[in-house]
Design a binder for this molecule. Structure first.
Ligand code: SF4
Length: 90
């Protein structure tokens, strides 16, 4: 294991730079795969931006409250967290 790998791993683990939901998130892993620029923008603003980034993400906020989020909700959805959850219950 080289120094760069150890440093990167600790950076991720200690500061949670990458959202812990990234591996299972359809946004992070490719639902918008046809638009690489948009995916990268979302990653920069939300997924790879530490706590500050994911705290702004509607997907993250919804999943934090109810454990999941519909796949079609974007990080910057115009719907409120409450509306998203209400729609899930219908
Ligand atoms: S879109 Fe939101 S929930 Fe998904 S990985 Fe990015 S910050 Fe996390």
């Amino acid at each position: 294991m080289n120094f760069a790998f150890i440093f990167a791993k600790e950076l991720i683990m200690d500061d949670d730079i990458i959202c812990e939901r990234a591996l299972k998130c359809p946004i992070y892993s490719g639902i918008l795969a046809s638009n690489e620029v948009l995916i990268q923008t979302y990653k920069n603003l939300y997924c790879d931006a530490g706590k500050h980034g994911r705290d702004k993400c509607k997907r993250y906020q919804v999943a934090l409250l109810v454990g999941k989020c519909p796949p079609d909700i974007l990080p910057n959805s115009n719907l409120s967290v409450e509306d998203i959850i209400r729609n899930m219950e219908q």
